[in-house]
Design a protein around this ligand. Structure first.
Ligand SMILES: Cc1cc2nc3c(=O)[nH]c(=O)nc-3n(C[C@H](O)[C@H](O)[C@H](O)COP(=O)(O)O)c2cc1C
Length: 181
């Protein structure tokens, strides 16, 4: 099984990227191959022609996503929703193959007390609209700046366990939907 693991921001020093690396290790321990898809999108993505005639950098990132059997999104809360860069990436995906029948799992991360619930639900709305198979168990982490050690490791055992349980459940979900993976 090949998983796309998408940290939903390109912010320098982002905790979502650190969390995504840790989650990637959880999936690797379960025998999955993981493609960590960093959204370090260049000016090619802001090109008005990118929708119709994408430049190679856009196509390359999109193809990496499409090659995966399933996707896990780490979604930070930005202004009560998910970051614009994540929407920009979604808007570059081809209309049907992008999400259609693609199993997707979601992890929310925020500095504040709402633990990215709104961001995840906004993003789930988009994935659902595009016919993703949505894994119902989500993980929400608030107070992000208190949750990581200096080396970028998530330190709260409760969340570490929730993420591992989500990963095990999601792998079973993907295999049930796609028995050949
Ligand atoms: C542009 C921007 C907007 C943000 N808006 C919110 C917000 O509405 N609520 C919140 O709890 N945290 C907000 N944050 C803080 C992030 O949720 C926090 O940095 C968290 O660690 C996840 O984002 P990160 O991956 O960029 O670190 C915001 C951060 C940025 C950069």
């Amino acid at each position: 099984m090949l998983l796309a693991l998408v940290p939903g921001t390109n912010r320098a020093g982002s905790l979502s990227l650190k969390l995504a690396r840790q989650v990637a290790a959880d999936y690797a321990a379960l025998g999955c191959q993981v493609d960590l898809l960093e959204l370090n999108l260049g000016p090619e993505f802001l090109d008005p022609m990118a929708y119709k005639a994408p430049k190679p950098a856009v196509t390359a990132l999109v193809q990496r996503f499409l090659a995966c059997d399933a996707a896990v999104f780490v979604i930070p809360e930005y202004n009560g929703s998910y970051p614009g860069i994540l929407k920009l990436f979604v808007d570059m995906l081809p209309e049907r193959e992008g999400f259609a029948q693609r199993p997707c799992a979601f992890i929310g991360l925020s500095a504040g007390q709402f633990s990215s619930l709104r961001s995840v639900e906004h993003f789930q709305g988009v994935a659902g609209y595009r016919n993703a198979y949505i894994f119902p168990t989500r993980v929400f982490i608030g107070d992000s700046f208190k949750r990581f050690a200096a080396d970028g490791t998530l330190i709260e055992p409760l969340f570490v366990e929730r993420l591992k349980a989500q990963a095990a459940g999601f792998v079973a979900f993907v295999r049930a939907l796609k028995p050949t993976t």
